[in-house]
Write a protein that binds this ligand. Structure first.
Ligand code: NI
Length: 176
């Protein structure tokens, strides 16, 4: 079912979410299905449970091609529960991010370039992956939602924050 996505300003987006205690339940399956349906409907690169008003540590992400991030490579569709992130090395990358809870805007955010993420799928099977670049960025962005962090609070230079339509010429110039 496609769910309503909460927008920045809703206090539920600022809360710390609780871990999932039981896997393989019909409630968890329904939550995961709703997250995937909603993400696909809105062309999101990812979505976290608090964004649909559910304060549980569940995120989904992945796409083959994403029209909101046309330069990004494929990321496998992933359900990640109770995630633990470990940066691999000290290297950070700046990149533009958007968020379905902050529609129409983009901002430049610094993230770990290399990352290990661990967690579980909806049946309780373990997941462990080492990733880099946009894949690592998406995971960090989604997992931030579980701690009540929205990307605008991570922007260091607020001149690098604005509406997608207005920023596009700048972004094109930078990539050339
Ligand atoms: Ni987001």
């Amino acid at each position: 079912m496609i769910r309503n996505v909460l927008k920045m300003g809703d206090p539920r987006l600022l809360e710390t979410s609780s871990p999932i205690a039981q896997f393989g339940t019909s409630e968890l399956d329904a939550l995961v299905r709703d997250l995937l349906d909603t993400m696909l409907h809105l062309n999101g690169a990812g979505l976290a449970a608090p964004q649909i008003g559910v304060g549980l540590r569940v995120v989904v992400f992945g796409f083959k091609f994403n029209s909101r991030y046309p330069d990004a490579g494929e990321i496998p569709e992933t359900v990640l529960i109770n995630p633990v992130l470990t940066p691999m090395g000290l290297e950070q990358d700046s990149g533009w991010e958007g968020c379905l809870s902050v529609p129409g805007l983009r901002g430049e955010v610094s993230r770990w370039r290399r990352l290990r993420y661990e967690g579980y799928d909806a049946n309780g099977n373990g997941i462990c992956r080492d990733v880099t670049d946009f894949h690592a960025r998406v995971v960090q962005h989604e997992c931030d939602h579980l701690d009540g962090i929205l990307y605008p609070t991570r922007i260091r230079d607020l001149q690098r924050f604005g509406f997608v339509d207005e920023l596009t010429p700048t972004r094109v110039a930078e990539s050339e």
